[in-house]
Ligand binder design. Structure first.
Ligand SMILES: NC(=O)c1ccc[n+]([C@@H]2O[C@H](COP(=O)([O-])OP(=O)(O)OC[C@H]3O[C@@H](n4cnc5c(N)ncnc54)[C@H](OP(=O)(O)O)[C@@H]3O)[C@@H](O)[C@H]2O)c1
Length: 343
């Protein structure tokens, strides 16, 4: 039985994306499997129970194994997150796992294989909800093992050619601009299939699958500072022309006529946009302005002032010019709404 919230589309209505799913099911059937595809959200107990009953009436009472690979990609920096974002992120991995375990506990499947991620160890930009929900899976598997259940959590490295890190737009943007040192070839599908079998045979509660030395990666990720300030010293020429240079980058990115006092959120900036702009600034000016600083100084004028104050070591001045962050974001978004209504 294969379960997902969207199920399998009608053959006639398949698009490029869904045609891939249909093909995968056909391949399983050709290999001799009897496949039942059902639609259910595993974080909804009623839907989950109904799906399990349907499977039982088709295949009988025994469920021999579970592969829990449900999850959604993340992609919002911490300053832009809301409680609803976290609830959304928790559905498949936290609520869904607890409900699956509850529903199957008395059936004692031979294995309960959970897909977690190396992100719960290494962290990654814009992935705090994803990291947290995977960290939950890791601890949960250990706790269930203590109660005698055959649960294993596998912390996968990034997959290549298939899956959310390859197909999701957000993940693609993030992987281009964040953690450049983490850019390496991901797990190829054939390698992943082998690793899956091996992890299942090992019968450990937790298995980490990394294409590079995981100890080194962990060490590198822990020593990264959570910088709140612009790193690198700017040359005098770049400092003198900073406002103009920043203005050009913002104008070019947003394809919009803007002025130095226009709030980035009025331009419609999301945290992902700001991450990309931060990358461009680094490439073009050689200065690393973190997104958190753009949230604190959401206009080119105030960002320029803040970077200049920082470069001269005037921290007190920086504090003095830092506006109320939430107020600035809300004002920007409201002005944008008003502008859109007037159009
Ligand atoms: N791909 C990678 O590089 C990578 C790396 C590390 C870890 N992982 C983990 O490995 C697992 C599989 O990843 P993937 O790349 O195969 O992702 P994927 O292609 O996005 O597949 C995830 C599946 O989960 C389903 N799903 C999401 N929420 C659900 C819910 N509440 N109830 C039922 N089904 C739900 C989605 O279908 P619907 O949208 O139709 O529900 C989708 O079919 C995930 O847990 C991911 O976190 C992946």
């Amino acid at each position: 039985m294969l379960l997902s919230r969207t199920g399998l589309p009608d053959k006639l209505r398949a698009n490029d994306d869904t045609a891939k799913k249909l093909k995968a099911v056909e391949e399983l059937e050709k290999a001799g499997a009897e496949v039942l595809v059902l639609q259910a959200d595993i974080s909804d107990e009623t839907e989950l129970q109904k799906a399990l009953q349907t499977a039982e009436s088709r295949f009988g009472q025994a469920i021999h194994g579970v592969i829990h690979a449900a999850g959604i990609p993340d992609g919002k920096v911490i300053h832009a997150r809301t409680p609803d974002d976290e609830r959304h992120m928790a559905k498949a991995k936290i609520t869904g796992t607890a409900l699956l375990r509850k529903a199957l506990r008395n059936k004692q499947p031979d294995f309960f294989f959970i897909c977690s991620s190396l992100v719960s160890f290494l962290g990654a930009g814009g992935q705090v909800g994803y990291a947290a929900s995977n960290a939950f899976l890791d601890s949960y598997a250990h706790a269930c093992r203590k109660e005698g259940e055959n649960m294993v959590t596998v912390n996968w490295d990034r997959w290549e050619q298939v899956g959310m890190a390859y197909e999701s737009e957000t993940a693609a943007i993030l992987s281009k601009i964040v953690d450049k040192e983490e850019q390496h070839q991901g797990i190829l599908p054939a390698q992943g299939a082998k690793a899956f079998m091996r992890a299942l045979q090992l019968r450990y509660p937790q298995v980490l699958i990394s294409l590079q030395d995981v100890n080194k990666r962990m060490k590198d990720s822990y020593v990264k500072e959570d910088r709140q300030t612009a790193a690198h010293v700017l040359t005098k020429d770049r400092l003198d022309t900073l406002e103009e240079r920043l203005m050009n980058i913002f104008k070019d990115y947003f394809h919009s006529e803007t002025d130095v006092n226009m709030n980035f959120f009025e331009l419609g900036a999301s945290s992902l946009d700001l991450l990309q702009v931060s990358g461009r600034i680094k490439n073009e000016l050689g200065v690393d302005i973190p997104v958190v600083m753009m949230y604190a100084h959401p206009t080119v004028a105030s960002l320029t002032q803040a970077v200049k104050a920082q470069q001269s070591g005037d921290d007190l001045h920086i504090k003095g010019i830092e506006p109320d962050r939430q107020k600035a974001i809300n004002e920007g978004k409201n002005r944008r709404k008003q502008r859109m209504r007037r159009k």
